[in-house]
Design a binder for this molecule. Structure first.
Ligand code: NAD
Length: 383
């Protein structure tokens, strides 16, 4: 086996996503398995260079994971010709500027979503990357979740017949931070810092709907801030200037309609934190992060509306669990491996900065729809 080292500047790795999902569960996990086997006698060995603003936090993180390279000087890391890839998991508001610099320095770019906070900036990144000839990719982790992969399998296998509608329910209660610590960072609730559930979640809904059911061509949304006052990491109260709930209707090019509720002010009465119900002429499915249940038309009960009689059927019991039939690795790691293959072998990687811009566009149009009380067409983006 020959080893091909890929040096990755990882920015924002002290954060929730950067640390847990990207550093530990992806890059370090790939190293623990001996690298990424390319199947041709070569192994890709990812070598992280941790980048951030706080020296002590980086030093401690590097020590904890037995890593030796870290820096608070992004410009110097980008000027280092031995660094191949720039990865960004910073707070959203800091992302576009850093990616622009990385592209200018000729680095391949892999980034968390949203790629920017407005469509023009997101498209600009895609154009710059294409002009520079660097490889680029955007995290679209939900596609790699076991539940959604099973759902995709059902779509590809023709299980649904004609797909009529998709209903998504996402959310959980995020504590205000006064009497119990909030479980999400406070910038998520400040619009001026790139926060808001629309900017955060509509990019996910765009690629999930697009990949499974077809392009989103229209959006109507009602967006609100249910909890206007929260307490930050230091226990200080602040005004929540960003939205914490969005009720969206998405028209799909296929003619199907998707309706997705996203909320950080809802208590969970579901099996999973996100669930999608898909109804088709031949069958229906309910998919979560891991599980997926189906009901075929041949096994569909015939309920009759009668409020005078108690419910006679256990509706939930009438669904059948879809088996795994495959091993599912961590979704972030699975996508990292595909991106590394894209970098080293030039294999196709469809989830690029243009795909990322589509997510930003849907968020932007969703916010406009709500502010103006009207439906928006979603034009197809091109470079
Ligand atoms: N793919 C997903 O499922 C998913 C889930 C959650 C968050 N995210 C995205 O990941 C990114 C990080 O989110 P998080 O929840 O890990 O946030 P976080 O606050 O936990 O981490 C943010 C990181 O960026 C750094 N940072 C914060 N503010 C900064 C600034 N102004 N300038 C430079 N660096 C700054 C922090 O030091 C930290 O390392 C966001 O863009 C978010 O949209 C993606």
């Amino acid at each position: 086996m020959t080893r091909r080292t890929v040096r990755i500047a990882m920015n924002g790795v002290t954060g929730r996503m950067g640390h847990r999902q990207h550093l530990v569960r992806s890059i370090l996990a790939i190293r623990e398995q001996g690298g990424l086997d390319l199947g041709d006698g070569r192994v890709v060995w990812p070598e992280p260079v941790l980048v951030g603003r706080r020296e002590h936090a980086l030093r401690e993180l590097a020590r904890r994971h037995g890593l030796t390279e870290w820096s608070t000087d992004l410009d110097a890391v980008l000027a280092d010709g031995t660094v191949d890839v720039y990865f960004d998991a910073q707070a959203t508001s800091a992302r576009a500027d850093a990616i622009r610099k990385a592209i200018a320095a000729g680095k391949h770019v892999y980034t968390e979503k949203p790629t920017a906070t407005d469509t023009a900036a997101a498209l600009d990144l895609a154009r710059l990357a294409r002009a520079a000839g660097v490889r680029h990719g955007v995290v679209q982790d939900k596609l790699f979740l076991p539940g959604l992969r099973k759902l995709k399998r059902l779509v590809d296998g023709g299980f649904f017949g004609e797909i009529l509608s998709v209903r998504g329910e996402f959310g959980y209660w995020v504590f205000e931070g006064d009497w119990q610590e909030a479980q999400r960072p406070s910038w998520n609730y400040r619009a001026e810092d790139g926060g808001g559930i629309v900017v955060d979640m509509f990019p996910h809904w765009e690629y999930v709907l697009h990949e499974l059911f077809g392009r989103v061509c229209g959006v109507t949304a009602h967006v609100t801030t249910h909890v206007p006052r929260r307490w930050d990491e230091d226990g200080k109260p602040y005004a929540a200037t960003a939205d914490d709930a969005a009720y969206g209707i998405f028209q799909l090019e296929s003619g199907a309609v998707a309706q997705i509720n996203s909320s950080w002010a809802v208590r969970v009465h579901r099996d999973e934190l996100v669930e999608f119900q898909v109804d088709g002429t031949h069958g229906s499915a309910v998919a979560g992060l891991r599980g997926c249940r189906v009901q075929h038309r041949s096994a569909t009960p015939k309920p009759v509306w009668n409020p005078d009689a108690p419910v006679t059927e256990a509706f939930r019991d009438q669904w059948q669990e879809v088996p795994d039939n495959a091993g599912f690795d961590n979704g972030f790691k699975a996508q990292w491996e595909l991106f590394l293959r894209h970098v080293v072998l030039d294999e196709p990687f469809p989830w690029d900065l243009l795909a990322g811009a589509r997510g930003v566009q849907l968020a932007e149009l969703g916010l406009k729809s709500s502010a103006e009380g009207r439906r928006y067409d979603v034009p197809e983006l091109t470079l």
